[in-house]
Design a protein around this ligand. Structure first.
Ligand code: SAM
Length: 173
């Protein structure tokens, strides 16, 4: 009995395999909204946030844009916290977090991808996006563009209210 409980616990808390592509550094909520607006997210569309942190992008996409929203997060604590937040808000039908590695997921159904990783991580993720994304899929990258791709638009928000500037890059595959 103890063994069963112990193994169930281990299953939930075990860190999935995968390289840590960026530290946790959340996007301010005001910028999250701008990312989703900039990506022209519409109700019913499927979106993915690559490295979803505390789930704030996925949650806003589901709650405020009625999009079908999936985050991918390697870190166990962030995964558990974001899943708990989704449940607390009653958003389970529209929002979910995969406890896994960005590099091993299927993004072929995406209409929008959001990404806030490091420049070298964007380059590592690029081949999987190039292989999987359907023509017309939008990709919004925060602060670091995707090396080798040409954005159709960029925007810089000079001050997020806390004195920090942010640049967003929009790509259309
Ligand atoms: C800069 S934070 C961005 C968090 C969130 N997307 C946001 O904008 O607020 C990057 C996140 O990616 C996660 N991460 C890093 N490498 C990952 C990987 N290989 N698979 C899944 N998540 C990963 C980190 O744990 C962290 O939460």
């Amino acid at each position: 009995m103890v063994l069963v409980a112990g193994s169930a616990f281990a299953q939930v808390t075990a860190q999935p395999a995968g390289e840590k592509l960026a530290p946790y550094y959340p996007t301010p909520d005001s910028i999250v909204r701008k990312m989703l607006d900039f990506g022209q997210l519409k109700a019913g569309e499927r979106m993915f946030d690559l490295g979803s942190g505390d789930g704030r992008i996925v949650i806003m996409a589901a709650r405020d844009f009625q999009a079908d929203s999936t985050g991918v997060e390697l870190d166990t604590d962030l995964y558990l916290a974001s899943e708990a937040k989704i449940k607390k808000l009653g958003l389970q039908k529209l929002a979910r977090i995969i406890h896994g590695d960005i590099m091993t997921q299927d993004y072929s159904s995406a209409k929008l991808i959001t990404v806030y990783l490091l420049p070298e991580s964007n380059i590592k993720a690029r081949p999987i996006l190039e292989a999987q994304l359907k023509k017309g899929t939008r990709v919004v990258a925060h602060d670091f563009g995707i090396g080798g791709w040409t954005p159709v638009k960029t925007v810089t928000i000079a001050d997020d209210g806390e004195g920090r500037s942010h640049t967003l890059y929009l790509y259309i595959r």
